[in-house]
Design a protein around this ligand. Structure first.
Ligand code: GLY
Length: 418
């Protein structure tokens, strides 16, 4: 294990709680900014605005931080990693140039095309006329994506041209996602089953993490609108051979492409992959940070020197030793607020939030008000358990998720049942 370090984790969601939990387990001193109430026993919580680089530099100096882990995409896309590096700070997370892989769908699709990385055929449109022309040209089932960040909601899967035209108008004319939808990508829909593969990179090599499978829609049976993710299973459903194909055919060419484009990428490459029925992996998208809630189920299985891997990647020297994985299966069940994803209720009191030896409650959207725990976001908790198999992990996670008292709470009952 690396010698104890002081690590600043930026963010306040379930992903960051899981990162803090895992790093603290190895004896590191953790500062979380701004953090959340669930981290209070694991980390020193410090108020901060994540796009205020000067404030973060001051926190680093005050708490003698060894390195910074940036959790969410917004500060990465805003160039906070660049600002911290310019101040001489060691940072895990790509600069604004690399974060464009997530921050701009147009950039990422053009990057894939330029570097021969298999992805669905696509067109870019900034006007309704161009959108309609692209829809007519591509034909069949399509996916319409807002170019910029849209909290996981900017992707509309369309079964016919009429739906695609509606989605284009919703984004380009009605400005459903504001400036993020000022340009859209229209691409052919690839049928298959999705898997999330995350890899840590120093810009040259990869440390590939165990796969995970997300459950993106709000309702059981993959029904209803998309959310940020309602639950995950780790490992995902793919075979070792399939995972090798993802690494060889998608991830490694991406690292080579980043190098060819002069992008020094130090952080997570999170590939959203569609495995076609014939076993071919297609790259749907990249995220430039750990997945949420993939990270919750990944962290409870991750063994080895995690801080050493993050620190090595941040310095551009990923260690050769690698990570290992606990046997069994991890399941994360999201407990979401009433009204999520469209209009989540916030400020509701919460009771019975207790981790057990068998399941950990990661806080995602909570706050303390008048000394009491209240909801403060759409996804409120990610209850995560490791079991000998998916059934045991599900039993353990749901046993705790079901005891949480939150008015109108929503949770899918089919996490891990695919
Ligand atoms: N689980 C989806 C995401 O992290 O974007």
């Amino acid at each position: 294990m690396s010698t104890p370090q002081t690590i600043l984790v930026l963010g306040s969601g379930g992903r960051e709680h899981a990162l803090v939990w895992r790093l603290a387990r190895d004896g590191h001193r953790i500062i979380a900014a701004p953090g959340n109430p669930g981290m209070a026993g694991l980390a020193r919580l410090v108020a901060a605005t994540l796009t205020d680089a000067a404030a973060i530099v001051r926190i680093v100096a005050e708490y003698e931080v060894d390195f910074v882990v940036i959790g969410p995409e917004a500060p990465l896309v805003a160039g906070i990693a660049d600002a911290l590096r310019a101040a001489g700070i060691t940072v895990f997370g790509p600069g604004a140039d690399g974060a464009k892989l997530e921050g701009s769908k147009v950039f990422s699709k053009q990057f894939f095309a330029r570097h021969g990385i298999r992805t669905a055929e696509f067109r870019v449109a900034a006007t309704v006329d161009d959108g309609d022309a692209a829809i007519a040209e591509l034909g069949g089932e399509l996916v319409v994506k807002a170019d910029g960040l849209a909290a996981g909601k900017g992707v509309v899967v369309c079964s016919d041209a009429a739906q695609a035209q509606l989605a284009v108008r919703d984004m380009l004319q009605a400005k459903r996602f504001g400036d993020a939808g000022g340009t859209v990508v229209i691409e052919r829909r690839i049928r298959g089953r999705e898997v999330s593969m995350l890899a840590i990179t120093d810009g040259k090599r990869l440390e590939v993490l165990a796969t995970a499978e997300d459950h993106k829609t709000i309702f059981d049976g993959d029904k209803g609108p998309n959310t940020g993710g309602m639950g995950t299973v780790c490992p995902g459903w793919t075979s070792t051979a399939a995972e090798q194909r993802i690494v060889q055919e998608l991830l490694l060419p991406t690292v080579a492409g980043l190098q060819a484009d002069g992008i020094d990428y130090r952080g997570v490459l999170y590939a959203g992959v569609m495995m076609a029925p014939d076993g071919t992996p297609w790259l749907l998208e990249y995220n430039c940070r750990f997945g949420d809630p993939e990270t919750q189920s990944i962290m409870v299985r991750l063994q080895g020197d995690f801080a050493g891997v993050l620190h090595g990647a941040a310095r551009g020297e990923l260690p050769a030793s690698g990570l290992t994985w606990a046997d069994g299966t991890a399941v994360c069940v999201i407990v979401a607020a009433a009204g999520y994803p469209d209009a989540p209720a916030v400020g509701d009191p919460i009771r019975n939030v207790d981790s057990t030896p068998e399941a950990t409650v990661f806080h995602a959207g909570t706050a303390i008000k008048d000394g009491k725990l209240v909801s403060a976001g759409g996804r409120v908790f990610g209850v995560t358990a490791l079991g000998a198999d998916v059934h045991e992990a599900r039993r353990r996670a749901y046993a705790v998720a079901d005891t949480i008292a939150l008015r109108g709470k929503q949770l899918r009952r089919d996490i891990g049942l695919r």
